[in-house]
Write a protein that binds this ligand. Structure first.
Ligand SMILES: *Cc1c(COP(=O)(O)O)cnc(C)c1O
Length: 386
């Protein structure tokens, strides 16, 4: 087991991940499978640990953004099928083939080039991506899709396993655009089904799965809700079951001192004590992803909300304590203490962004502790591991 030598860490409660996947599984109609989306190091949580937990809980497929993320999972012993959601370079397809990684195809010219490059005996597994209105990746022309289906049919280089699309507004209360995309999708799927049979058809991210469980075809790509976060603020009151937030960010007081009236704290001396007060130093800063913009935020100490004072430094920040507290006292930046809780949603609101960004922005400098069945299962220190 890895270890670390600093007083700041992320705790990932894998029981929450497990429960969220199970809740989703029992919520969805029978026959709908779960693709656990573990891109970006599982939204900053830890790729292999989340992947294993999701598979234990009933997910049958994994998804990442690019090939290197899939290879990271393979190197950590994950054997389950993995879909790369983003664009892959043709020159990298043989490594995908060798490692049994499924690629997304959204251009005919890519496929033509790929036929020339492939050198394995087995076919490369592919999913076709349809652009029904997201405007990111995907086929928009049915003529091109038709040509692609013919091409796939004529060679033995590919196994066409799936077809999918992505919605742009599934998390918004107004469903007009969603309905338009859905109509385009059903037309395109109808066309494809006339030409060939497809094992997997998927269109649902978390928001779609939670709101339109009967419209997801036979698989969902479950991301944010698996981590226990709501896809959007608009959806907070629409959740069909409770989500359990897996990510918390912890630290400890490493220094405590009494400030006299007129003494200041941190760069720029922007904060000055107006009365005698206790100040604690916390060893986490913007290089850990706790952005300088968070100077107005609060943290939890001794079950109470206390303010960050003065500018946040690269590796440290200061907080105003209600009274003297011992060195080593737990400081919670995201998570719960007694009756108080700071969610990634709260931090997102302060930064005027979405909750997705919050666990993603906590950098590799912060070690991850994984809990399963309430006890520590694994420690990962990205600075020392690999
Ligand atoms: C990231 C991603 C998802 C997961 O979306 P969530 O909103 O986190 O559930 C699904 N599909 C694609 C194509 C993605 O890029």
């Amino acid at each position: 087991m890895s270890s670390f030598h600093r007083d700041s860490w992320v705790e990932v409660d894998l029981d929450c991940i497990y429960n969220n996947v199970q809740s989703m599984k029992s919520f969805l109609p029978d026959g709908v499978s779960i693709i656990a989306v573990v891109k970006a190091n599982a939204y900053g949580h830890g790729d292999a640990q989340v992947a294993k937990t999701a598979l234990d809980a009933g997910a049958t497929y994994l998804a990442v953004a690019f090939i290197d993320e899939a290879l990271s999972l393979r190197q950590q012993g994950i054997k389950a099928p993995i879909l790369v959601l983003g664009a892959s370079r043709v020159k990298d397809i043989n490594i995908a083939l060798q490692e049994n990684i499924t690629l997304t195809v959204f251009r005919k010219d890519w496929l033509v080039e790929a036929i020339q490059q492939l050198n394995g005996k087995n076919p490369l597994k592919i999913h076709l991506k349809l652009d029904t209105g997201m405007g990111r990746l995907g086929f928009t022309s049915m003529r091109e899709v038709d040509e692609v289906l013919q091409l796939v049919d004529e060679t033995s280089s590919f196994e066409l396993e799936g077809v999918y699309t992505h919605f742009a507004t599934a998390d918004e209360l107004d469903t007009t655009y969603f309905e338009q995309q859905y109509t385009t999708l059903t037309d395109m799927i109808g066309f494809i089904k006339e030409k060939t049979s497809i094992r997997m058809i998927h269109c649902g991210n978390s928001a779609t799965a939670l709101r339109f469980p009967d419209k997801v075809f036979n698989a969902v790509r479950l991301g944010i809700a698996m981590y226990g976060l709501t896809p959007s603020n608009e959806m907070i009151h629409l959740l069909p079951f409770e989500l359990q937030e897996a990510f918390s960010l912890q630290s400890k007081l490493v220094h405590v001192k009494k400030l006299a009236v007129g003494q200041s704290v941190s760069y720029g001396a922007t904060y000055t004590a107006e009365e005698e007060e206790w100040i604690g130093t916390v060893p986490i800063g913007y290089a850990d992803g706790w952005l300088r913009k968070l100077h107005g935020a609060h943290v939890l100490v001794d079950g109470k909300r206390v303010p960050i004072v003065g500018r946040i430094c690269m590796d440290q920040l200061m907080i105003r304590l209600p009274h003297e507290l011992p060195i080593g006292t737990r400081v919670t930046l995201i998570g719960a203490q007694k009756d108080e809780k700071i969610s990634s949603n709260d931090i997102a609101r302060l930064l005027d962004t979405i909750n997705y960004e919050i666990p993603c922005m906590i950098s590799y400098r912060v070690p991850r502790i994984f809990r399963r069945n309430k006890s520590i299962m694994e420690v990962r220190n990205y600075l020392l591991d690999n």
